[in-house]
Design a protein around this ligand. Structure first.
Ligand SMILES: [Zn+2]
Length: 293
């Protein structure tokens, strides 16, 4: 990179801090369990409320969708994991899940977030694949839920529940959906009362990216797209973050994916694209409002 380009980059990121407001559509709270974090980008992924508040001030964040970690840590869980499988062994984890009817318990961390009194927070409960109405009955005025498909497929009960109440669904898709995106897209088409926000730019799956144009209730977020893992995934699908975002400026929402990715890198990644300020403000701020405003 030559000197002019470096100066330009620094200038743009400083200007951003002064003028651009952010709505963050994808942010985690709390500590990830050790075995959930191992083999990922961070071994001790953790974000406290205090740390979030200071980031929100620093990066001009007006609102943030906030949900627990994919595997919120707990002493009970550590003990069970310690007894039943050595850390990091996904094969044993899968066996444990299958035969012992194991699901992640999000209740404690959901409760913690819902009790934070902060206008910036849009609390979105994380729900397990074994959805029960009681998971959500305690929470008032929620606008949507987060579901992590690799831990179990979407249940019909959940889809019906969300559809009837016109709630949003943030979804991290599984490998199965990556291989069979048509099935997922039929669900999006059928449950048109739900706005679907697919995390990580839908892992660059071309069928899902192309459908952004056709399905009004389908969106993606930029969470973690700065990580090498997703760059490699996009390249293997003959696409790039820049291409996905530039061709869908009205359907992409900014997501920090704290603490996995981080505000600065996630913001810079969008600022470095050749987009007008109007399009950047769509991604950083305005598109969020059509789902969460
Ligand atoms: Zn995430």
């Amino acid at each position: 990179m030559d000197l002019t380009a470096s100066v330009r980059k620094i200038f743009i990121s400083q200007i951003h801090l002064i003028i651009m407001k952010i709505n963050d559509a994808h942010c985690h709270y709390g500590r990830e369990s050790f075995d959930g974090a191992v083999c990922r980008s961070k071994i001790w992924a953790n974000k406290t409320y205090e740390a979030l508040k200071s980031d929100w001030e620093k990066y001009n964040v007006e609102k943030s969708v906030l949900f627990p970690q994919p595997l919120p840590s707990s002493l009970k869980k550590y003990l069970i994991e310690g007894i039943f499988y050595p850390f990091g062994s996904s094969l044993l984890r899968d066996i444990w899940k299958k035969f012992f009817n194991y699901t992640v318990d999000y209740s404690k961390t959901n409760e913690e977030i819902s009790n934070l009194q902060d206008d910036k927070i849009e609390f979105v409960p994380f729900i397990s694949s074994k959805f029960e109405y009681s998971d959500l009955e305690n929470f008032e005025n929620i606008k949507g839920v987060k579901h992590y498909e690799p831990y179990g497929k979407l249940s019909g009960d959940l889809l019906k529940y969300l559809n009837e109440r016109e709630l949003n669904l943030i979804i991290h898709i599984s490998e199965k959906t990556e291989q069979n995106p048509e099935k997922f897209l039929k669900i999006v088409e059928k449950f048109d009362g739900i706005n679907f926000q697919v995390a990580h730019c839908a892992n660059g799956v071309s069928e899902i990216i192309e459908a952004l144009d056709e399905l009004p209730n389908l969106f993606v977020d930029t969470s973690a797209c700065t990580l090498r893992f997703y760059k490699v995934v996009f390249r293997s699908r003959n696409t790039s973050f820049g291409e996905i975002v530039s061709t869908n400026v009205e359907k992409v929402l900014f997501g920090s994916d704290e603490p996995w990715a981080g505000y600065k890198a996630q913001i810079d990644q969008i600022n470095e694209l050749e987009l007008s300020n109007r399009d950047k403000s769509r991604i950083f701020y305005r598109n969020y409002l059509s789902l969460w405003g």
